[in-house]
Design a protein around this ligand. Structure first.
Ligand code: PHE
Length: 368
């Protein structure tokens, strides 16, 4: 290959050198004249000036080495002249720059919009959950959490659902397998409500306590338009001396007005929970018809929204095993629990609970 690109030079006379270098320079000139693209200019540079494979490099190793001593000086001068000429040709080619066409192809249109980076947004359930928690934080409540995999003791027994009690049937759930060797109270299950965190809180803190506990809960409920086997609750617990049912009513009436607007009315309906006595369901005046009666409130003017009640003395008795200050002769308290999905569906007019879990961007974008 080298012998093709660089002719053999047997005669090192001045005339022979002049002819050989003139031929090479002429070849370089004609090639340089034809350079049309930046790629071709680079190929030209490599062909002639490339450090390893370049023709000038080959000339220097083939000719300079084999030249007789007396010819070396002249050969060196011719070589340098050729090199300068080729470098000049390259500079000229580079200076001419890329053609207008290739410039246009590479040009950046600064009038185009940039790449839009979408901002993340809170999921409507988390947004609602935070809003509920915020209402109670503003009243001085602290915020706590508890485990989703809970023991039978915290989820049921300490909440006054004794083993075998029919009230347990209202909150069926998944249990962790292969625990038959453990005592019932230590067996693990997916918590059915956030109420067990009431007990965990009282075991850690003597009264007074004011806390809200948001979290995920699980139940053996068939999914339909308003039920999901996994959903979210916000639990509330307030324990102090002289806490009364009217404190409960005032607190929840304020919270419902803060969440749904000051025109909303509340009403407390007798109910049953094993861990509260008395217990109540809180209803709010229908936010869709203002209480006149419509399809959403089944023409009653009221919508049931959450459960609540005064903490049952049996629950305080479990807490007193670790914190004797939970003596129901000296303190009293109220608790409440609300479904976050239900409140979000009301606030945003969502009629299918499944939309919250669909991951459908068309749905979620509306809350961004
Ligand atoms: N834990 C109850 C439920 O999940 C709600 C509740 C909480 C009721 C606190 C009263 C007091 O249905």
């Amino acid at each position: 290959m080298t012998t093709e690109r660089i002719p053999q030079l047997k005669d090192f006379s001045a005339a022979s050198l002049d002819a050989a270098f003139a031929a090479l320079e002429a070849e370089a000139r004609s090639e340089a004249a034809a350079l049309a693209t930046p790629g071709a200019v680079e190929a030209f540079r490599l062909e002639w000036l490339g450090r390893k494979q370049g023709r000038l490099n080959e000339i220097s190793s083939l000719w300079l080495k084999s030249a007789p001593a007396e010819a070396k000086k002249l050969l060196g001068q011719r070589f340098n002249a050729l090199k300068t000429a080729v470098e000049g040709l390259l500079d000229a080619a580079l200076g001419a720059g890329p053609s207008n066409a290739s410039l246009a192809a590479e040009a950046i249109d600064i009038t185009l919009p940039g790449t839009r980076r979408l901002m993340g947004a809170e999921h409507p359930i988390i947004k609602t959950l935070n809003e509920i928690v915020g209402v109670f934080q503003a009243l001085g409540y602290s915020v706590g959490v508890g485990p989703e995999v809970e023991t039978d003791f915290y989820n049921f027994e300490s909440m006054n659902f004794p083993p075998g009690h029919p009230a347990r049937d209202t909150q069926d759930t998944l249990v962790i397998a292969n625990q038959e060797r453990r005592p019932l109270r230590d067996r693990l299950l997916l918590r059915t409500h956030t109420s067990p965190v009431q007990m965990r809180t009282m075991e850690q803190h003597a009264p007074p306590v004011r806390i809200v506990i948001p979290g995920k809960v699980h139940r053996n409920d068939a999914a339909d338009a308003t039920h999901s086997p996994i959903f979210h609750q916000v639990e509330g617990l307030c324990v102090d001396t002289n806490v009364t049912f009217s404190d409960l009513k005032g607190t929840l009436d304020h919270a419902m007005k803060a969440l749904f607007g000051s025109a909303v009315k509340t009403r407390f309906f007798p109910s049953f929970f094993p861990f509260t006595e008395p217990s109540a369901d809180v209803q709010i005046s229908c936010i869709f018809c203002g209480g006149k009666g419509c399809r959403k409130c089944k023409h009653s003017g009221w919508i049931e929204l959450l459960g609540c009640g005064m903490v049952d003395p049996a629950v305080f008795a479990f807490a007193a095993e670790k914190q004797p200050a939970y003596d129901s002769r000296k303190i009293s308290g109220f608790a409440f629990g609300m479904g976050v999905e239900r409140i979000a569906m009301m606030k945003y007019g969502v009629s299918e609970i499944g939309q919250f879990y669909s991951g459908e961007m068309k749905f979620l974008n509306q809350f961004a």
